[in-house]
Ligand binder design. Sequence first.
Ligand code: F6P
Length: 341
Amino acid sequence: MKIGVLTGGGDCPGLNPAIRGIVLRAIDLGYEVIGIKDGWKGMVNGETQSLNINDVEGIISKGGTILGTSRTNPFKKEGDKEKVLENIKKLGLDCIIAIGGEDTLGVAEKFYQSGVKVVGVPKTMDNDLSCTDYTFGFDSAVTVAVDALERLRDTAQSHRRVMVLEVMGRYAGWVSLFTGIAGGADWILIPEIPVDLDKMCDHLKKLRQRGKPYAVIVTSEAVELPGMAEQEQEKDAFGHIILKEKGVGERVAEEIKKRTGFETRAAVIGHIQRGGAPTVFDRMLGIRVGVKAVDLIANQQFGQMVCLKGNEIQSAPLKEAVAELKMVTQQWWNLAQTLFK
Ligand code: F6P
């Protein structure tokens, strides 16, 4: 059995532990593993690298991916799909493990429909993949963001200011929600809940009345603000714009200044929250899903994505996993609101 492994989409901590889990489990079963460079781009160009036991030594604690990544979509450019199919034959691959988020696994599902034996491994700091409770990368990203929020609180407290932290997470508010709850934010903005600037500013005024002269706020990069016109922006191969360029954090800070008169500043942590060593949670999850992906192959369970349900590593059809994004639920939002006091 010869397995090709690729990592696609935005990098995140946990990818290398997952690669290590795959390689070490494959050794148990006598399977050969090769690395595909830079996600689906490597499959289009037939670019590979070795993935043996020595390649995965010492990578458990490394952020990013030793295989490289890209946002290449082989279903976007004419002829690329055929190149992937040819390269699978040329390289003698029996199957592919695709490690990625909605975009990368969406491509995996399409190839599965075209007859390629594929297994998916979920990753994304956004935590927005369906059929899995958590994706690796999320816990590490939130850990970094909470640290940033706590640093901003020092400035907020010292200067009696409002500090706004803008975090990533694309169209789902998980990173913002968890950062805000775990970091004790005074208000949280997420894309799933329409923004009520008046309500937020009234709350900030009440904080001052009760003797708290500062506040920290977390906002997701994708929040829609009233009166915010969609700017024309270049899109990637999957149709996504760079949300950071919307400048949501700055705009929230401006609105707060205008409506309350409080001195307010914004900070954007951007890609800092996607780098660095994976947390223990992400290392454990990465290893476990990597090992399980090889077990799925051993059982001929193709077209499946490995997933975390409770504390069990299970699997679900790739088709279901990429059908829709997993968004923040009302129940989670109710919890957040309880904390705005
Ligand atoms: O999907 C992961 C993610 O980090 C999003 O949270 C963010 O909007 C996007 O990727 C940024 O993409 P890029 O690294 O291509 O700028």
